[in-house]
Design a protein around this ligand. Structure first.
Ligand SMILES: [Zn+2]
Length: 74
């Protein structure tokens, strides 16, 4: 897994590759720019799309009455 981290010291954003077990141990990578360990993981970077609610068209529209040969209405 690749995690995005941000340095609290200099504001550098960097990616850290770590396994899940490494992450569970409490990963605290150091900033590649200033070597500070005051880093925090950036959450919610992924924007989840969706939520397109379509209104259900013409609801319950009756078809026009058919009048012609064979219909027997005229
Ligand atoms: Zn830094």
């Amino acid at each position: 897994m690749i995690y995005d981290y941000k340095c609290r010291q200099c504001g550098e954003v960097f990616e850290v590759w770590a396994t899940l077990s490494e992450k569970e141990k409490g990963l605290q990578p150091e900033c590649p720019k200033c070597q500070s360990k005051e880093t925090k993981q950036m959450m919610g970077a992924l924007s989840i799309g969706g939520g397109s609610t379509k209104s259900g068209g013409n609801g319950g529209g009756m078809p026009p009455p058919v009048c012609g040969p064979g219909a027997g209405c005229c």
